[in-house]
Design a protein. Structure first.
Length: 258
């Protein structure tokens, strides 16, 4: 019997982060999971006493060291969260701002660098980082939102992770959906090619539950080590689609480097 991997999930109270925590918890022979969150109330509402939670803000590096002590792997699922300024007038687009201290540069760049540095100092061997497709295009609407350049900052942090010398798996998801996982064929690629040329014109989207499953498999399968890839799913029920269950084969289609 092997010792379970000790994993820290940051952004544990986020929509994908919470799913990853739950999926890891369901495999006690393989994983022992801790969460890192900034709201004790939110963590308690989601997990009660079932998960060991470390409280802190990723922009304050001193909070990360105790959470990472003794960990084999880190899953980064934090992200800056834009806020709507006010409900839009009819026919107008909503306006967004990032809260003070919560800009993409502070959270998705510096906050991720803090996590990578703290993980390295703690002797963590593998970081799984969930990011987003779209980072090759400065004009992507998410970059223009509140002039935050969120996908550009995320991609800079991904480059830092690759250069860190730690094993990495960078999962750049398409648009996230709150739908059940395990029911679709997953497609991987790189450099936003599925955004510029969507295969068969399908929407470039994927359920959060499928992203969480990819994270779990990336922690287990060596074929996911030192790889970065975009991932989307074929819509459920697409004729000819084969539901992805062989993650080894999926990861073998992915490549090293940004
Ligand atoms: P989410 O629900 O927005 O969760 C983000 C998490 O980050 C939250 O738990 C939040 O804490 C935490 N966080 C933010 N700032 C923090 C800080 N300074 N210190 C500590 N924690 C902090 O995430 P999601 O929608 O599941 O997305 C997961 C990832 O996929 C993100 O990187 C996102 O950019 C990416 N992605 C999203 C989409 C999409 O369609 N939305 C598409 C592709 C990729 P609280 O819980 O306290 O707020």
């Amino acid at each position: 019997m092997t010792t379970p991997l000790q994993v820290l999930v940051t952004g544990a109270t986020g929509r994908t982060g919470a799913l990853v925590v739950q999926k890891l918890q369901q495999r006690p022979e393989q994983f022992t999971v801790r969460g890192f969150a900034r709201s004790g109330q939110k963590a308690n509402d989601l997990f009660g006493d079932a998960v060991e939670i470390y409280l802190g803000d990723i922009t304050q590096p001193e909070k990360l060291a105790p959470a990472l002590a003794g960990c084999d792997a880190l899953v980064i699922l934090t992200s800056a969260i834009p806020q709507m300024v006010a409900p839009p007038e009819p026919g107008q687009r909503p306006e967004f701002v990032y809260p003070e201290g919560g800009t993409p540069e502070q959270v998705d760049y510096q906050g991720q660098l803090n996590q990578i540095d703290a993980a390295k100092a703690a002797g963590v061997k593998h970081i799984v980082l969930v990011g987003s497709m779209g980072g090759t295009n400065e004009q992507h609407p998410l970059n223009r939102m509140a002039n935050g350049n969120i996908l550009i900052w995320k991609r800079k942090a991904e480059a830092y992770l690759i250069d860190s010398g730690l094993d990495y798996t960078i999962i750049r998801a398409g648009g996230l959906q709150d739908q059940p996982g395990g029911q679709r064929e997953l497609l991987v690629s790189k450099d936003d090619t599925m955004l510029t040329q969507p295969p068969d014109g399908i929407p470039t989207a994927i359920p959060r539950a499928d992203v969480a499953a990819v994270v779990v498999q990336a922690l287990l399968l060596p074929a996911a080590r030192n790889k970065a890839f975009d991932v989307i799913s074929k819509p459920e029920g697409t004729p000819g689609a084969v539901v992805t269950t062989d993650f080894q084969a999926l990861f073998e289609q992915t490549t090293p480097g940004l």
